[in-house]
Design a protein. Sequence first.
Length: 83
Amino acid sequence: MRRKQFLYANLVLSHIRLGHLTSGLGQDHLRETIADVFQSPIMQDFWESVREYRLRVRANEPGSGEFDRLCEAAFQLVRTPAD
């Protein structure tokens, strides 16, 4: 079951990235969309499992590095306890 959930989480992020690349919507919209999907515990668990690879290996791929850094920022916001 977890594998299917992670495949879907990856699909969602891929869809967001492709939509951003093809729609011409701004960075603010992209950040808001990423922040919304990272409210999901499944998305958080998925990112926890792939973040090292995405941030290290894909860092210099055109478009991927920036998108992955935005995902990491959203992940850090939801994982940081509120004061």
